[in-house]
Design a protein around this ligand. Structure first.
Ligand code: RB5
Length: 147
């Protein structure tokens, strides 16, 4: 499975550690984020990862900024993207099981490294449950299509 990862200046160290963590677990990781700590603008990295996922260049995406908020807001502007911000693993798991999220975001200034790994594991291990949840996702897609 190929994962696109993106980050701004607030999350360079966490990005590298999560990337390595994923690679040791056998995931292919494509880095769309900045590798520099100079101040930069999170929307461009959210957009890059979201487009990679929406266009099938990556199967899933992981985004990290200071809070996870700005970068996920940017990602959610791309058609077909369902990005969730999580600070704990239960929401991460349920966001996949019920909402079929295709991008996970979290904040390097909010969660520690071990929590970030638990969030990532919970999200990647979870499976979408379909059924009534698909009906609701179809309704979300319709909102996007009909705007
Ligand atoms: C950058 O200072 C910070 O605003 C950004 O990383 C993020 O937290 C925005 O949502």
């Amino acid at each position: 499975m190929k994962i696109g990862i993106g980050n701004d200046h607030a999350a360079v160290d966490m990005k590298f550690e999560i990337k390595e963590y994923l690679e040791t677990k056998g995931y292919e990781v494509v880095n769309f984020g900045t590798d520099k700590k100079e101040s930069c603008n999170y929307p461009e990295f959210g957009e890059a990862v979201a487009k990679a996922v929406a266009e099938g260049e990556a199967d899933l995406g992981i985004l990290i900024c200071g809070t996870g908020v700005g970068i996920s807001l940017a990602a959610n502007k791309i058609k077909g993207i369902r990005a969730v911000v999580c600070s704990e693993p239960v929401t991460a798991r349920l966001s996949k099981e019920h909402n079929n999220t295709n991008i996970l975001a979290f904040g390097a200034r909010i969660v520690g490294m071990e929590m970030a790994k638990s969030i990532v594991d919970a999200w990647l291990d979870a499976k979408f449950q379909g059924g009534r949840h698909q009906t609701r996702i179809d309704m979300i897609t319709a909102i996007e299509e009909n705007q």
